[in-house]
Design a protein around this ligand. Structure first.
Ligand SMILES: Cc1cc2nc3c(=O)[nH]c(=O)nc-3n(C[C@H](O)[C@H](O)[C@H](O)COP(=O)(O)OP(=O)(O)OC[C@H]3O[C@@H](n4cnc5c(N)ncnc54)[C@H](O)[C@@H]3O)c2cc1C
Length: 397
């Protein structure tokens, strides 16, 4: 049987960060990826924090456009309240190129990547995982990292985490349109091929969170809506998407351009800190523990942050409570735990409507320059929410 110090399942951002950390510590590391190459299961793009990724993986990250403007629109019925931010260090990037690059950096540090191999289950003896069974044979290791993304089959097979249910899942639909660079620049008024924008939208009736990103020669747009909301209100995701595209004016912008990609995915909400993060010598990270920022939709930063910590835990063979403590004290991860509370309140559309009304009036005050007043505002039951919303808004600037 093959033998390694550490075996990692998944060559996404979390797995590559874990591999980089463990290999940099001199360990013999194997990464198992079911796709033909890293990133091939995540073909479309994303908006990411280049500064953070560079701080972990070094210079050379491939990207599409710099996000010069980030727009946030809160819709009360069909009327939006818009706020523009000018963030630093935010870029759009293709996942295939990004994941390949992240994985190549871990390879340069000494990790071995085996693609086209699916991990099936861990084999345990007295609470310690001894080996991993894959569709191409078994491999033994001293510790394991599960960075297998949302569909965390090995974690579920091992009884570490249970499957997600409709009541804590969001149906996401994403589309990518091919639009020539020049056309894209004209549509959005970009001065050059490097400038780009991203747009986040929240609608309350029905509850929808939407996004739009510009890549070099394409545009991605998508929505996410709680499955419970869709079922309770008998709404079809396609109908919701059409309404969203019309209301935001995106339908008009993409008219006549070809649809390059259409994907639908169920995303668990309400993950970390509720999820189990480790068992014995097995450490979980990234989407496998539901680490997506519920307000900014940033999943890649926490995947990399938690992957690095999982790599360290696997090297040091930390107890699961030490690993959880390290996750909780990491700034990129603790903020997700905090925002989760806000999100769970937001998951019902009547609450979302109330929040949007409240934020709209606050932001009108803010737009008028009354920032200090807003920060000190206490509005009935919302006194705990306002500092969160404000810190979210301030962070995005
Ligand atoms: C529609 C949509 C849009 C998003 N947009 C953004 C965005 O713009 N910015 C952002 O930061 N985040 C975004 N996210 C979230 C982001 O994609 C994830 O949070 C991030 O990819 C998590 O990284 P990960 O390494 O944990 O998992 P993944 O990226 O999912 O990687 C898991 C890897 O494990 C492999 N794998 C899984 N099971 C096995 C197995 N049994 N054996 C072997 N290999 C296996 C998979 O093939 C995959 O390569 C978006 C998510 C969705 C659904």
């Amino acid at each position: 049987m093959l033998e390694y110090d550490i075996v990692i399942v998944g060559a996404g951002p979390a797995g590559s960060a874990a591999a980089l950390k463990a290999a940099s510590e001199g360990k013999k590391v194997l990464v198992i990826e079911r796709g033909p190459e890293p990133g091939s299961k995540n073909v479309s793009g994303a908006e990411v924090r280049k500064d953070y990724i560079t701080s972990v993986f070094g210079e050379g990250m491939p990207y599409e456009r710099t996000v010069d403007t980030m727009k946030l629109s809160l819709y009360e019925k069909d009327k939006p309240v818009n706020i523009d931010f000018h963030p630093d260090g935010l870029v759009t990037t293709g996942r295939l190129k990004l994941d390949k690059w992240l994985s190549s950096v871990s390879e340069q540090a000494g990790a071995t990547i085996i693609p086209k191999t699916t991990a099936l289950k861990l084999n345990w003896e007295n609470g310690i995982a001894k080996s991993l069974t894959t569709d191409r044979g078994d491999v033994a290791a001293k510790s394991f990292v599960l960075a297998e993304g949302v569909n965390a089959l090995v974690s579920m097979n091992s009884g570490i985490n249970v499957d997600w249910t409709p009541s804590n899942s969001v149906q996401a639909v994403k589309m990518v349109y091919s639009i020539k660079k020049g056309d894209l620049n004209n549509i959005f008024g970009f001065p050059d091929d490097d400038t780009g924008m991203s747009w986040r939208m929240i609608m309350s009736d029905p509850l929808v969170a939407g996004f739009m990103y510009t890549y070099k020669d394409s545009l991605a747009v998508g929505i996410g809506s709680p499955i419970k909301e869709l079922v309770d209100r008998k709404i079809r995701p396609e109908a919701l998407l059409d309404k969203f595209l019309e209301t935001t004016g995106i339908a008009e912008k993409v008219k006549g351009y070809s649809l390059r990609e259409y994907s639908a995915k169920v995303i668990p909400e309400g993950g970390f800190p509720e999820t189990n993060v480790a068992k014995g010598n097995v450490y979980l990270c990234g989407d496998a523990i539901g680490l997506v920022d519920p307000l900014t939709f940033d999943g890649i930063t926490p995947a990399i942050a938690s992957g690095t910590l999982a790599g360290e835990a696997a090297v040091m063979n930390y107890d699961k409570e030490v690993y959880r403590y390290n996750l909780m004290k990491h700034p990129e991860i603790s903020k997700i735990a905090k925002e989760r509370k806000l999100e769970s309140d937001f998951m019902t559309s009547n609450k979302a409507g109330e929040y949007i009304n409240m934020v709209s009036s606050l932001l009108e005050g803010w737009a008028a320059g009354d920032l200090i007043g807003i920060r000190n505002t206490m509005v009935g039951n919302y006194r705990n929410i306002i500092p969160d919303l404000m810190s979210f808004v301030m962070r995005m600037r």
